[in-house]
Design a protein around this ligand. Sequence first.
Ligand code: ME8
Length: 703
Amino acid sequence: MNTFYVTTPIYYANSLPHLGHLYTMIVADTIARAKRQRGIETYFLTGTDEHGINIERAAEKAGRTPKEQADYVVSYYKKMTSEFGLDTAHGGYDIFMRTTERFHYQGVSELWRRLARARTPRGNDAIYKGHYEGWFCAACAEYKTEDEYQKPKNEGDPPTCLIHDTPLDRVSEESYFFRLSDYDEALLSVYESRPDFVRPESRRNEVMSFVRSGLQDLSVSRLTTSVSWGVPVPDDPAHTMYVWFDALTNYITAIGFGNEEREQKVGFEKFWPALHLVGKDILRFHAVYWPAFLLAADVELPRAVVAHGMWLDPNGRKMSKTLGNTIELDVLQKHFSIDAIRYFVLREMVFGQDGRFGYEGLIDRANSDLASGLGNLSSRTLTMIGKYCGAKIPSGVIPEDKLLLAKRTGVDTDETTVAGFIETARDQYLLHFENLAFSRALETAWSIVSRADKMISDAKPWDLAKDENQKQTLGAVLYRAAETLRWLSVLLHPIMPGASQALWSQLGLEGSSAQINPSELKWGELKEGTAIGDVQAIFPRIDKAKTMEEINADQKPSGAHATEADAVTGGAPATKPEPPMKHATEADAVGVTSFIEIDDFAKVDLRVGQVLSAERIPKADKLLLMKVDVGEEQPRQILAGIAQYYEPEKLVGRKVVIVANLKSRKLRGYESQGMVVAASYGEEGRPVIATFTEDVPNGARLK
Ligand code: ME8
């Protein structure tokens, strides 16, 4: 049977969804829609990874049970998928998988049992009991080797994770191991015999060299006394399964592995193997550990593991809460249409490479490619059909006796010129799409838009309309433009389902472009005489300055809102689960609240100063009393709330920036004649004093 199965990673239930999670879902959703459009029965999985120490800790910090924690995060995911049109009700995922489901416990236990009986290619037991001694990163849910962590500065402190910069846990306990070291040859032969198994090629090379460098056995259980929030190891309740073993297995348990009811409902036999879409951050788990488990259990391997790059901010920095450069989903959703967002992420990120995401870039693309490009082509074509052809699709034929006149006025009378171009572009588009090269596919689709635009500007329908003898030629030109739009509506359905359908309806077509197989499109099937629908802008132009201003106002200043991340990182007071709310995201954005004129800025007198002395104030544990030389006759006395973060003596001699024209005020009985400028970050608003790396005289003005 012709079926297809696509998966996203299942996301950790310790923190709220952000742009990265949304992105993988959009890609999977696009693939699923494209398959369905071709009549292929498709199953699309997304969901949450709900076990392990990290979720246990997040729950504890938030004053919830682990299950409450997972329910809380899942409610946000469900809200997000609904708002972005990715859930079942909108034709998106088929299952929101949760690893706390009973059927998952059964399936994962079945896989464990199979492994426990299995022999490796070298004839050893695939699973054995041993003792694990090493370092574990809870956030990565991964054991770390020496080259994967930062050694501590002070002896006795734990090393820190290179990715999360958080201290690692020391693990020294009995553990079951999976004999991964016996699977290197088997894995290498998979990568070699199936070059498309890990994609793109650069990632495949990385994976192969990792395996070639030698594999270590993998600890696949924790003592229940250390990690109780997990699936118990069959026949040994003293152990819970390693969370990645449990999580990876979701891909097969979701469709019925190890559970008869699910098998009946979905069908492991029917849908497996899957195409796994993942970020490059978790490639090793999917391309090495997961296939090794499946080889050991004698289960067919996935169809492919495809790793995409990561979203960075417009300056190429990793998005992070601390830097305040994350994209908030509620802000995104408020200001942009779902289709514009889908188009942007698929067009902007060259699949496999990292991409940069900025609101300004999104607005620019939405305006140039969507509003001025496809949107304009559609509205001008349909408006002219309304005006010149009585709002009915005209005939595409130029009669013999009108050909010469048409040619003389610059019309290409050979319909196959444009039809041939579009057919070739369609084939290329589908090829790029098949290779998951969405950016190139969209470039190709936009070559069709440009071609149709050129045809219209060459033929100048507005001039043809002035001559009764050119009526049929005018009709033929507009027919070709409308037929091009029909093709585009079909081709773009998986990328922009809403806009494509709007285009389809405006062309007066029945049913949905979702039901037309793009490879079966035939030029000329748009029926003459079809009454077009109401013409409306599919992609309204976005006022960049106004929207940016609104976005900046919407972004929350640091610490001004409660986030799930607070629960995770421990900054916020314990809260009970609440229904999803607007403006709660993982991001801790340090947003500009609104724009000011240069004159407003000029009102602030910022000066370079040098700290001459600094001391603590009795009974004021936050304040430091400083004398600062700002190039005036007398040094200024300034109080700053930084005592918890700076040793006073270390500040002496340091160049700082002060607000020199701030009204003086009294704090704890001391007069403060200005303010020291500092960045403030993190949940607790940690101050970092602004300083200079070059020599600069005291009193110099900042402007
Ligand atoms: O790793 N850019 O969950 P997770 C692009 N539970 N994609 C991003 C991204 C970014 N900046 N940040 C995250 C886990 N993603 C495990 C998976 S699967 C059996 C278990 C996306 O919540 C991307 O798909 O950390 C990445 O691989 C995934 O979110 C990590 O999600």
